[in-house]
Design a protein around this ligand. Structure first.
Ligand code: EPU
Length: 337
């Protein structure tokens, strides 16, 4: 276990906020974490982070920040049709995707290049291009914050929904994910009908293979989303709001080109990016924070922005979407401080 005091978080958050943590601990194994917790390691306010790609720090963090250094991936069961892989929470998510694609295993390829780590994939239920982590997750292992006790959650017990899980709700801050077991398929199944995945494959003259789907998704993401190494950002700043069908029909009568994803029942998900774009925010700046010029769902740090600068912009965006559409959008990013 490595412990630091007055630790700079600059390289630990993709918004590139120049803030510090009073204490920072990185552990290398589940036993190390359990030992630290059961011996009363959590005395002050604490926060467990992953790759820092979904965080907005408003100020220095006065307590303890924990980070998992649990790495490694192993096959835990295998048949002719599928394989189950157990990965450490500290594995970089895209390394897991690359590992699966290289071995010819299906299911993770649409989630290529999503920033962050395996642990967060299970907490956040990351998703893109018609796929979500929950479709792959068999079970999640975690350690209780207060006792160090090990627990195992089945997929159902994780209570997954769009960007939602028990780890973000009832168990928020109460359990730290240590391992995630994913099920991947060995038989070819592709999901190409979300966004422009199929069109991009055709444009490039590429057959749908695992490697090609991964390549195309990486190129679409690189095109639309700013590289956090160059421009601080945390991907989608807001979640796509879910509204009732009757509300959607009323809005569609006024805005016939409004995109939507029916969720079944009475619920319809509408893209926050489209709503924000329609309010004229795309590419607009408010001081050192701005709305990305190629994807209005992403807020960026133009250089030197503080968390409060970004939050001020986010508040303005929320207000104008509400004024125009009567929909309140909420952040996907965790605001800390
Ligand atoms: N749109 C606009 N203007 C914009 C942005 C989007 O009109 O500035 C329209 C698009 O034309 C499209 C629709 O809104 O019709 C949806 O846009 P897009 O397909 O880019 O996806 P999204 O709903 O904005 C979600 C995820 C992304 C994920 C993409 C691709 C959320 C909050 N975001 O974005 O996830 O990569 O789908 O599947 O669900 C993230 O969570 O950080 C993230 C990047």
């Amino acid at each position: 276990m490595i412990e630091y005091t007055d630790y700079s978080l600059l390289s630990r958050n993709t918004f590139r906020m120049d803030v510090k943590a009073a204490r920072f601990v990185e552990y290398e194994s589940e036993d190390e974490l359990a030992g630290f917790l059961s011996s009363g390691g959590l005395r002050e306010p604490y926060l467990h982070i992953g790759g820092g790609s979904n965080l907005l720090f408003l100020a220095d963090y006065p307590g303890l920040i924990l980070h998992s250094g649990i790495r490694g991936m192993e096959i835990v069961s295998e048949t002719d049709e599928r394989v189950e892989v157990r990965a450490g929470a500290g594995v970089v998510w895209d390394d897991f995707v690359a590992y699966a694609v290289a071995r010819g295993w299906y299911g993770a390829e649409n989630l290529s290049l999503i920033p962050g780590e395996v642990g967060a994939s299970a907490v956040q239920n990351i998703g893109a291009y018609g796929a979500e982590a929950k479709d792959l997750i068999v079970s999640v292992e975690a350690v209780e914050a207060m006792t160090g006790k090990k627990r195992r959650f089945s997929n159902a017990e994780c209570r997954y929904a769009y960007r939602e899980s028990v780890f973000k709700k009832e168990l928020k801050g109460k359990c730290f994910v240590t391992y995630v077991t994913y099920r991947l398929g060995k038989l070819p199944v592709f999901r190409l009908d979300y966004g422009n995945v199929r069109a991009e494959l055709e444009k490039e003259g590429l057959e749908p293979t695992l490697a090609n789907v991964r390549r195309v998704i990486i190129s679409i993401r690189k095109n639309k989303l700013p590289d956090p190494e160059v421009t601080g950002n945390a991907g989608s700043f807001f979640m796509n709001p879910v509204i009732s069908r009757s509300r959607f029909e009323a809005l569609r009568a006024e805005y016939p080109d409004m995109p939507s994803y029916p969720l079944g029942g009475d619920r319809v998900k509408v893209p926050a990016g489209w709503l924000i774009d329609r309010c004229g925010w795309k590419g607009k700046a408010l001081g050192p924070a701005a709305v990305h010029d190629r994807q209005a769902l992403v807020l960026v740090n133009r250089g030197g922005a503080t968390g409060r600068d970004v939050l001020r912009l986010a508040d303005e965006v929320v207000r104008s979407v509400h004024d125009r559409f009567g929909i309140t959008i909420s952040p996907e990013v965790n605001v800390i401080g």
